[in-house]
Design a protein around this ligand. Structure first.
Ligand SMILES: O=C(O)CCC(=O)C(=O)O
Ligand SMILES: [Fe+2]
Length: 276
């Protein structure tokens, strides 16, 4: 875009007014196309998180409702929801994650400075967040997470934190397995400078019969202090991806499976896509 503008200027300076006009209208056309592309990308992202009623935990349970989740997120910058994964969905999910491990799809986790086993000892794989691109157990999980985030976005406490006009779209999904040899992930913030556009992190665990002796807790450093969340089966934890919620995974002494999903600022994602 910049070089066309420069060329238009030099044509004008050289007195080639006709050619100059032609280039100017081409530039305007390109600008319009780019703006339209950005808008439609935002619309696509937003339509993925249509708000609807959220089922949290077994339908008979009134322990968690979306307003309570929003209040906890406001107060503690994180929230834990038990029985988030339906009882009938847990076994297929566990089976699928196990098959990803045994087929070799999970590779040593990366941190921004490269491969550093002492910082991050998990095996992981990125999974597409495009509609319908996942295996059915992951698709079902994403669907529940979408509904939760869509409903959370309607909560005044969350909308207040997000700021005006900010829309979230699910952007990244990762499957991880800590192999159980004391593997851990040192204290970090998922998106300390906002450079990845990450806003909200959600992690679902798939570890039947997890016991405290297995270690592997997610330790969140939040307003009330250090809070340890055991990676229990069917549990979901969510927290802000920025400096409000530093966290670490304590050494895990048993295989530990998780699915992480990051929701990002739809506008930042669209701008990133448009500049590629
Ligand atoms: O698996 C967990 O509990 C947390 C993992 C984590 O912090 C990350 O992948 O950024
Ligand atoms: Fe993290």
């Amino acid at each position: 875009m910049h070089s066309i503008t420069a060329e238009a200027d030099s044509l004008r300076d050289a007195g080639m007014v006709g050619h100059h006009q032609e280039l100017v209208s081409q530039i305007e056309h390109l600008r319009e196309q780019r703006a339209e592309c950005l808008q439609s990308s935002i619309r696509r992202s937003a339509s993925r998180i249509k708000p609807s009623a959220v089922r949290l935990g077994p339908s008979s349970s009134s322990l968690w409702d979306v307003a309570a989740v929003a209040a906890e997120l406001k107060r503690e910058h994180c929230c834990v929801i038990d029985d988030f994964v339906g009882a009938d969905e847990a076994a297929p999910l566990r089976e699928h994650l196990g098959s990803m491990r045994s087929s070799g799809a999970l590779k040593p986790g990366e941190v921004s400075a490269g491969l550093q086993q002492q910082r991050r000892g998990d095996l992981m794989a990125w999974v597409s967040t495009e509609a319908g691109a996942q295996a059915p157990p992951l698709r079902a999980l994403l669907h529940s997470i979408d509904r939760l985030v869509g409903a959370l976005g309607q909560q005044p406490l969350v909308a207040d934190d997000l700021g005006p006009q900010r829309m979230l779209c699910r952007h990244e999904m990762q499957v991880t397995c800590y192999p159980g040899n004391g593997a851990r992930y040192v204290k970090h913030v998922d998106d300390p400078h906002g450079s990845r556009g990450r806003v909200l992190t959600l992690i679902a665990y798939s570890n039947p019969r997890w016991e405290p002796g297995h270690g592997g807790a997610l330790r969140l450093h939040v307003p009330s202090g250090a809070r340890d969340v055991e990676p229990r089966d069917r549990r979901l934890v969510l927290f802000w991806s920025d400096a409000r919620a530093p966290h670490e995974v304590l050494p895990a002494h048993r295989e530990r499976y998780a699915v992480s999903v990051w929701f990002s600022d739809a506008q930042a994602v669209a701008a990133g896509a448009a500049s590629k």
